[in-house]
Design a protein around this ligand. Sequence first.
Ligand code: NAD
Ligand code: USQ
Length: 399
Amino acid sequence: MKIAVLGGDGYCGWATALYLSAKGHEVAIIDNFSRRLWDHELGVETLTPIRPLAERLKVWQQHTGRAIESFVGDVTDYDFLSSTIQAFEPEAVIHFAEQRAAPYSMIDRKHAVFTQVNNVVGTLNLLFALREYRPECHLVKLGTMGEYGTPNIDIEEGYISIEHNGRRDVLPFPKQPGSFYHLSKVHDSHNIMFCCRIWGLRATDLNQGVVYGTLTDEVAIDEALINRFDYDEVFGTVLNRFCVQAAVGYPLTVYGKGGQTRGYLDLRDTVRCVELACLTPAKPGECRVFNQFTEQFKVLELARMVQVAGKHIGLNVEIDHLPAPRVEAEEHYYNAKHSKLIDLGLQPHLLSESLLDSLMNIAVKYRDRIDESLFPPQVNWRNVHNDRKRNLRRVATFS
Ligand code: NAD
Ligand code: USQ
């Protein structure tokens, strides 16, 4: 298939682009490198030393003989995006190209507004470009499990059958997102559903859980292909952060009681899920929703697993409970369905089997690059004001 990967220079996008290219698909990456700029803005670096995209692509072609085309530009620029869609003529578009950190969206007004404009406008532009130039193309859009929040009932895959005053209907599952970022995903979902309904576009909204790990078969081919591994308080996700903290003997930063339960998946399952969605596209007019995670854990459970794994390689790991910087339930019911991707053939990698190889050993390998000042959380949900200095001093001023 001809598959365009929007956000292909990022964490999930890079792994996906290589995986699909290795499988024989014709892949193009579309990215404006804003993620690399946000690292500069925050004064942080990924644990793993990632190379410029052009160099990465050259090395990939040298090893595999397979070329990946790149289009550098901003998906919020309609002229750029629509001309790229016309030039590449994709059969599927995988849309990863958004600002994806909840804490980044909660720094101040400017970052909240930027996140929602970047994400919602980019997706809207894509919907218009597809309608105009590739109406048969399948949109595979990365959403998030965080769209649902943590309701006190089972979470369905996108839709729920409701009986109300004696009448029955199947409706979108209620959303209770927990940050301006997560809200942007809800707005996207509504726009996608609407465009499928009125124009007959076809889409799969992948409500993904928290991703962990950095190794996939393809990036392991050469050090120059290495993927991101973020551990700073803004872009670092919890399990990646815990492993890096363990590697330098820093007490694991559990926020509050640690009873926050989320769905998690290995990056190797992300790439497979996306492939499965592409290979079995939604029908015209259909907006499918898959919950994309493989296991659920409480934050404190993860910390204890990292503690045990650390012991195996001689690390003495302590666990700290910090005052919760976010406004979220610290103990709650959580039971989210996630069978649709399994039904399509997903065979999950389990955390218990990959914690050491896929995470801890990487953290230890790059230990010299770890900056401990990036561990304590500064962005506090209660301190979101117009003035960024009230929430995160590390941010440089960009106009
Ligand atoms: P990432 O920040 O590593 O990658 C996103 C990429 O998109 C970056 O390379 C960035 O430069 C690019 N981008 C952002 N805005 C753009 C724009 N306007 N124009 C062009 N390119 C743009 O993020 P990720 O972790 O790879 O996440 C990818 C997607 O998956 C996001 O939509 C995210 O919400 C979703 N997701 C991620 C996780 C996770 O744990 N990482 C979990 C659930 C969902
Ligand atoms: N947490 C800690 N300690 C830390 C970091 C996080 O206890 O040092 C807690 C958070 O408070 C939260 C949980 O761990 O309860 C997960 O936080 P996270 O930062 O790992 O993930 P989150 O902010 O939810 O965002 C990540 C991705 C985002 C994606 C989301 C999927 O950055 O793009 O949408 O995971 S989900 O959580 O299902 O919404």
